[in-house]
Design a protein around this ligand. Structure first.
Ligand SMILES: O=C(CO)COP(=O)(O)O
Length: 148
């Protein structure tokens, strides 16, 4: 299978060769993120992955994925990922938020989701939508979708 490539990008030499996906999960959702990433490990292994600190640690330790780690969410990791996204450096986001637990950095979380909406970047916030997104990207990549 060819490496999945970014969608809707012009076919110029400056465009990245691989899809860039952000993976983020709150503590109450980290087990589900590990499960989802394990399910899509082959596909994700062909992507450029970025994650908040603890999520990234677990994805590397438990799934064996190479991940660029930002700060932990409460220390600004969501904002770092949002800044990358705002300048077109992230193609899709899986952000498993915990709707049952208040987070100290709620404004940062909202800022990241807002940045996805502002820049029209796909953002899955639960496992069901994450699975749909990753499956779609996988199929598009396999069928030669995205950048030539
Ligand atoms: O808090 C987070 C996202 O808002 C996630 O941060 P960690 O991956 O460092 O736990």
């Amino acid at each position: 299978m060819t490496a999945p490539t970014p969608l809707d990008l012009p076919a110029d030499s400056a465009a990245p060769a691989r899809l860039r996906i952000a993976l983020i999960a709150h503590d109450g959702k980290k087990d589900e993120m590990v499960m989802l990433a394990t399910e899509f490990a082959d596909f994700l292994g062909g992507c450029e992955l970025i994650a908040t600190g603890t999520t990234g640690l677990r994805l590397t330790a438990e799934v064996g994925l190479a991940v660029e780690r930002m700060l932990s969410g409460p220390h600004g990791g969501d904002l770092q990922i949002g800044a990358r996204l705002a300048v077109g450096q992230i193609d899709a986001v899986v952000f498993l938020r915990d709707p049952m637990t208040p987070q100290p950095h709620e404004p940062d979380i909202n800022a990241l989701v807002r940045a996805c909406d502002v820049h029209d970047v796909a953002c899955a916030t639960n496992v069901a939508s994450g699975r749909l997104m990753l499956r779609s990207l996988q199929v598009l990549g396999a069928s030669g979708g995205g950048r030539e």
